[in-house]
Design a protein around this ligand. Structure first.
Ligand code: FES
Length: 325
């Protein structure tokens, strides 16, 4: 996860740490690696492989970035951030950090953990989507788990490519086009024994392609895991009204305003973090009405059941939705 998760301070980000920039350097064009430590030299909280931290880059603004370093009582947290020239400024802020500066970050949060009883792990990374794979690989090596990596990146854009190659030895294949990725992955998907899990992090089209290839090869969805950069630009959607089941309060949700924003504007507390339909933090129960699911968090089964909504991106199909609030 990189550059995508932006939230409002205090809304779902608990347990803040104040850390010092120990090192900041360019890994490859557009990608900066930043190492954060405790000023007193204390070990930092252990985290699950694939975890991320929310970095507070302005009053009320956070971006979340995957931790790339060791996960057990680490003496540092490391993030690698791609500069997003069209973003809101969070990645630029990280790119301007200098050693000695202090940074407020959340405690690590897990949203892309390895399946511990899997017999084999296939890790597929696209571009800066390599970042959560680093902690997966470190943990797999430490615990003797069976794994392999396919890393897709453009010429000279391979952040952490050398480090990953050194960690993985002959367990990594690098590719640079969607066709090469397909060629490398399809035979593996077609020839994996029960108990193998595949993990994808990268651009949404790559994640969708891997999921589709896995489906074609007969993989059950429960063995295919992904971490996307966000739901992407979404249409503004039709206006609707949300009825709060417990109080009967009606909250209008205009076109172009998310259900989450409309609820927060009314002073209703809804935990949230990414506002991109990715993290799962804002999940609400639905009592009535049909949901237009636009998130990347709920499973197909959960979406079909219609009893949950991610209000940061999803809306009502009709003009009314009743919430368990
Ligand atoms: S805030 Fe992350 S899914 Fe809604």
């Amino acid at each position: 996860m990189t550059m995508v998760l932006e939230t409002v301070a205090g809304a779902g980000v608990t347990g803040t740490l104040t850390l010092t920039v120990r090192e900041a350097r360019l890994l490859c064009p557009g990608v900066r690696h930043v190492v954060l430590t405790d000023e007193g030299g204390r070990a930092l909280p252990t985290f699950t492989p694939g975890s991320h931290i929310a970095v507070n880059w302005a009053e009320g603004r956070h971006n979340s970035y995957s931790l790339t370093g060791p996960s057990i009582e680490p003496d540092h947290y490391a993030i690698s951030v791609r500069l997003d020239e069209n973003g809101h400024g969070g990645s630029r802020w990280v790119h301007d950090l200098q050693p000695g500066q202090t940074v407020r970050v959340s405690r690590p949060r897990s949203a892309f953990a390895p399946i511990l009883n899997a017999r084999h792990h296939i890790l597929v990374a696209g571009g800066i989507g390599v970042t959560p794979m680093l902690s997966h690989v470190r943990a797999a090596l430490e615990w003797g788990r069976s794994f392999e990596v396919i890393y897709s990146f453009r010429d000279r854009q391979g952040a952490h490519a050398d480090e990953l190659a050194a960690l993985c030895g002959d367990r990594i294949v690098t590719v640079s086009t969607p066709e090469e990725l397909r060629e490398a992955l399809l035979p593996k998907l077609g020839d994996q024994p029960l108990g193998t899990h595949v993990y994808t992090c990268g651009p949404a089209p790559m994640i969708a392609a891997v999921a589709e290839w896995a489906r074609e090869c007969g993989w059950p969805p429960g063995r295919v895991h992904s971490e996307a950069f966000g739901a992407g630009p979404l249409p503004e959607g039709n206006p609707f009204a949300a009825k709060l089941g417990r109080t009967g309060m009606i909250v209008p949700v205009p076109s172009g305003t998310s259900l989450l924003e409309a609820l927060l504007d009314k002073g209703i507390t809804v935990p949230n973090l990414c506002r991109q339909g990715v993290c799962g933090e804002c999940r609400l129960s639905v009592r009535g009405g049909e949901v237009e699911h636009r998130d990347l968090f709920l499973t197909d089964e959960e979406k079909a059941s219609g009893d949950s909504i991610m209000p940061c991106v999803s809306r009502a199909v009709g003009d009314r939705l009743e919430l368990e609030l």
